[in-house]
Design a protein around this ligand. Structure first.
Ligand code: GLA
Length: 737
């Protein structure tokens, strides 16, 4: 288990074997300290030498004293490729050096095998509860000329098929260097016989799964928007050609970072594939002063020999157990009513209380007051930054409305969008230089707002004080933290021209430090992140806020696709989902209540509609769904997740229906959900083979009382028929007997 370091081959070479329960990752140390990547895949116990190095006496070879002359960096699989020597592939690191060049030649310097996983200072990362969970290899490389050291970290999990990588660069020269690119992980796969999976989209249709074959040249995804974005999630998987939901090899990569990123795969002329992931070099550089160090954020790498389903469950378990933190990490999440789609900006105390009455009768536990409660916020054109109560709408202030909720037995939550400022606001008047803008250039507004310059300490200090006062001003147990624009005009008034390319990264670090302080100060608050829906759905955010508003699109059918993509990597507990009105406000589609409810029950559940307009019968029906969710929420939020049809396989089935399962950790209970996505007359029957049950047990359908053996359910399946004409969705609860 863990990390082995030993000699191999003729004794001149040695290797590191990084073993997780079913995978091995091999790094070889060749002659003269050359560090080569030797493979990542099924677990082996020993490595007997590098048969995978293509030695060819063409191209550019190593210096003459580094015989053999057929060993070339151009074809050598590397751990961390550099620029300027004979590796012509995109490099992992680039720095402008004192001599004006960007050439680095990194060779093995030393290594350390550490029990446990060191934290990344000021940055989110997975963590351990005891040192036995992980062994970390710190592999230190040094440039052949300058005292520049690059340490590659590999945290190897003992009980999970996970290796986390990150990088530290130290400048021990007497001069400043300028880092222009520092990838957090780089791997040279010996072959390019893979398909690449990515999750792309836009506002309202986030995280759609796309799969394509690798071809020579570059393929990749990135964000240049200042946040991880709706458009590309910082996740990529490489799939063996035969990989499917439950079989085949899958390599998943997820970047624990919420800003600009790049993930790329470059297939070269030898048909090997270089994968790299890290902070986007676009609009990035870092002045590394003499004696300074720079740390590049973590990449979580998951190996699955059993297809995408197993990859997802490995990510889910890791993120739930060792990324999310705080009091709410393992707590059942409350059922929420959010007033956004119910009232938008148009509310007062009376209206909110009426909505709360209806919601209470419908089984809701938490009332979340969305946008519009502060400053002169009557629409989305003003007042961001003015975090004091709008007394025209809320005469009694936040404490009154919170106490009204408490009277009704409801918790009280509040929406904020602290990273922003409206030009029409008191904050902007007082501190026009606190927004991100380029002096002398016209400012670009989005939703009529600007971003505050979180790279500045005085700005995050101000936000900490202001928000602390708001959070303490009433009994607030839930915060929805929104972020509704992308970053343009990237410039900070507090930095000189040499440091402007640092702003986007410094912003993210500023955000993290603010979240760290606030979540520590208000540990009882459940924080939910949001970015016009799912525009910042990434593991960096999950470290601070254990759930995220998945999408502004609340249409059940759209959500089935968005949530399917989201759960490819992120656990159901992270995915905030609400039942909304029909016709749906984003798509105008009408879907049955059951379908909306069962779809929202795939994550942390709530409502977002004007319940005061519903009849008594409708409220009673909704109350039944709330009761049902209370019964299943621990299993949904903290159990194992299985896709019963895999939504990204091109097939007739997939276009017609979706089906998934949540199984309790001890397998004593399971929830099966099926949903038609395409209406048809006399729709064909669906037979679903269940997954993840206790094979030797029997299960009772809690509604019909019928008992089935698990084997029957898993090998022969359950029949679903005639659904479309009615609710379009069905949910079955199975209890082990
Ligand atoms: C964003 C969020 C919505 C809502 C509005 C309020 O769009 O995603 O859920 O909070 O802002 O302005």
């Amino acid at each position: 288990m863990g990390i082995i370091f030993e000699k191999c081959g003729n004794g001149e070479e040695s290797y590191f074997l990084l073993n997780t329960p079913s995978s091995s990752y091999i790094i070889s140390l060749l002659k003269d300290g050359i560090v080569s990547h030797s493979g990542w895949g099924r677990r082996i116990e020993k490595w007997s030498g590098n048969s995978s190095i293509w030695k060819i006496d063409r191209g550019v070879n190593l210096p003459p004293d580094l015989d053999p002359r057929n060993l070339s960096l151009d074809t050598l699989p590397q751990e961390y490729g550099t620029a300027g020597k004979s590796d012509f592939r995109p490099c992992a690191i680039e720095a402008a050096l004192k001599d004006g060049t960007n050439t680095l030649d990194l060779r093995y310097f030393s290594h350390q095998i550490i029990g446990g996983k060191p934290p990344l200072k000021g940055m989110p990362a997975t963590y351990t509860l005891n040192d036995g969970e992980v062994q970390t290899l710190a592999l230190k490389l040094k440039d052949t000329v300058y005292d520049i050291y690059v340490t590659l970290f590999y945290a190897v999990w003992a009980e999970r098929d996970v290796i986390c990588r990150w990088v530290q660069v130290e400048n021990k020269t007497a001069d400043k260097i300028k880092l222009e690119k520092v990838m957090s992980a780089c791997i040279d796969f010996a072959s390019s016989d893979f398909r690449m999976l990515q999750m792309s989209g836009a506002w309202g249709r986030e995280r759609k799964v796309y799969i394509r074959d690798l071809v020579p040249g570059t393929q990749g995804i990135e964000s240049r928007r200042g946040s991880s974005s709706h458009h590309q999630n910082p996740f990529v998987a490489l799939l063996s050609k035969d990989a499917s939901e439950d079989s085949g090899e899958v390599f998943g990569f997820n970047f624990v970072y919420s800003g600009n990123f790049e993930a790329r795969i470059d297939v070269d002329y030898t048909e090997s594939a270089r994968f790299s992931m890290g902070i986007n070099p676009y609009n990035f550089s870092w002045n590394l002063e003499a004696g300074g160090a720079f740390v590049a954020p973590e990449v979580v790498m998951v190996y699955s020999k059993d297809g995408l389903g197993q990859m997802s469950r490995t990510f889910h378990d890791l993120y739930r157990e060792r990324l999310c933190r705080g009091e709410w990490k393992n707590k059942p999440r409350p059922i929420v009513i959010n007033n956004w789609e119910a009232t938008y900006f148009d509310f007062n105390e009376k209206k909110l209380c009426e909505l709360a009455d209806a919601a209470k009768a419908a089984g809701v536990e938490m009332f979340v007051l969305d946008d519009g409660w502060f400053g002169n916020r009557f629409d989305d054109r003003r007042a961001l930054g003015d975090w004091f109560v709008n007394t025209q709408k809320l005469k009694g202030g936040l404490s009154y409305i919170a106490s009204e909720m408490k009277k009704r037995g409801l918790g009280f939550g509040l929406w904020v969008e602290p990273e922003m400022v409206s030009p029409e606001s008191e904050l902007y008047k007082a501190h026009p230089d606190w927004c991100i803008h380029i002096p002398g250039r016209e400012m670009y507004l989005a939703r009529t707002q600007l971003m505050l310059d979180l790279s500045r300490k005085e700005v995050t200090d101000y936000l900490f004080e202001t928000l602390s006062a708001v959070f303490a001003s009433a009994e607030i147990s839930y915060i929805k933290w929104d972020f509704n624009r992308y970053m343009t005009d990237v410039h900070s008034d507090a930095l000189d021209s040499e440091h402007q390319q640092e702003v986007a990264h410094r912003y993210v670090l500023g955000l993290y430090s603010l979240l760290e302080r606030l979540t520590a100060k208000f540990p009882h608050i459940l924080f939910e992140s949001c970015a016009s829906g799912g525009g910042r759905f990434d593991p960096g955010i999950l470290y601070y806020m254990p759930q995220i508003w998945t999408s502004d699109n609340t249409d059940a059918l759209s959500r089935i696709s968005i949530q399917a993509g989201t759960t490819l990597v992120y656990p159901p507990s992270a995915m905030s989902c609400h039942v909304s009105a029909v016709p749906n406000h984003q798509t105008a589609r009408i879907t049955p209540l059951a379908q909306r409810a069962f779809t929202a029950m795939a994550g942390t559940y709530g409502y977002e509609l004007d319940m005061t307009k519903l009849s008594k019968d409708e409220i009673a029906q909704i109350a039944e769904y709330s009761e049902l969710y209370k019964k299943i929420r621990t299993v949904v939020q903290y159990g194992s997740f299985y896709r019963l049809v895999s939504p990204w396989e091109k097939s007739d089935k997939v276009e017609k229906y979706a089906a998934w399962m949540n199984v309790a950790e001890d397998k004593s209970f399971a929830v099966v959900t099926v949903s038609w996505v395409y209406a048809e007359a006399l729709a064909p029957k669906i037979v679903l083979r269940l997954k993840g049950l206790d094979e030797n047990a029997a299960y009772k359908d809690t509604k019909t009382g019928k008992i089935y053996s698990a084997k029957e359910l898993m090998y022969y399946g359950l029949l679903f028929a005639n659904m479309w004409a009615g609710s379009a969705s069905e949910q079955i609860l199975l209890e082990r007997v």
